[in-house]
Ligand binder design. Sequence first.
Ligand code: ADP
Length: 264
Amino acid sequence: MSPTAGENILLKAEALSVYYGNALAVKDVYLEVPKNKIVAFIGPSGCGKSTILRCFNRMNDLINGCRVQGRITFHDQEITDRRVDAVELRSRIGMVFQKPNPFPKSIYENIAYGARINGYQGDMDELVEKSLRQAALWDEVKDKLKDSGLALSGGQQQRLCIARTVAVQPEVILMDEPCSALDPISTLAIEELMQTLKQQYTIIIVTHNMQQASRTSDYTAFFNARATEGGGKMGYLVEFDTTEKIFDSPDQEATADYVSGRFG
Ligand code: ADP
């Protein structure tokens, strides 16, 4: 039985392969992402986690020589189709990056800017407050909205980037190792925040941190890579299941080795 049986599937990847030039970086991935759940991507470095993540909002379009094969559907609409407007897609499937990257603008403008570009017509003060509240940052910044976003701590900057993402009112938030540059306390703050956000959004998170995957996610995809004849590496999906199953009783030995720290 499919691990996601009975779930409302929001995003689906089928026979997904990604090339950089002639090198096959990820091969033949099938994956279902249920609505209002957190899905974690884990696996050794270079197995294609970020590459797959970027497929979901067509960020790979921006990388020269990157070619995506297969199908990704979002609400049953094929988004790999070039006729789908990637900019519009990215407003529905937002992304938070490894390193917090606020704009060199005020805290207020960090949020208002993207919303304005996306055609937001409502009350901007209200949107700024609501987004900062959703990112659990409002109380810390409400008296200094005119200060630069860059003056905040790393953890606050990452929450500002999350606020900026939710201000556009996406349905999905892709997170590419969002805590790798943060201290343990800021990391826990982001993890707590994810639990609140999932009531409204669907989240996919790439993480190196196994405890983070097991603490935060509902489903986990374990990827691995094997050496190719050309001397490169090719990533593939080993196992996808509920996080509980992946961590407690995975089907594959490689998964068990990885989650228990016995890997390679
Ligand atoms: P992970 O996120 O699991 O560490 P990546 O998706 O970053 O893996 O990388 C998968 C493979 O694709 C690696 O072999 C990497 O070298 C290659 N790759 C990633 N990004 C690029 C790029 N922009 N150009 C060329 N090769 C890339």
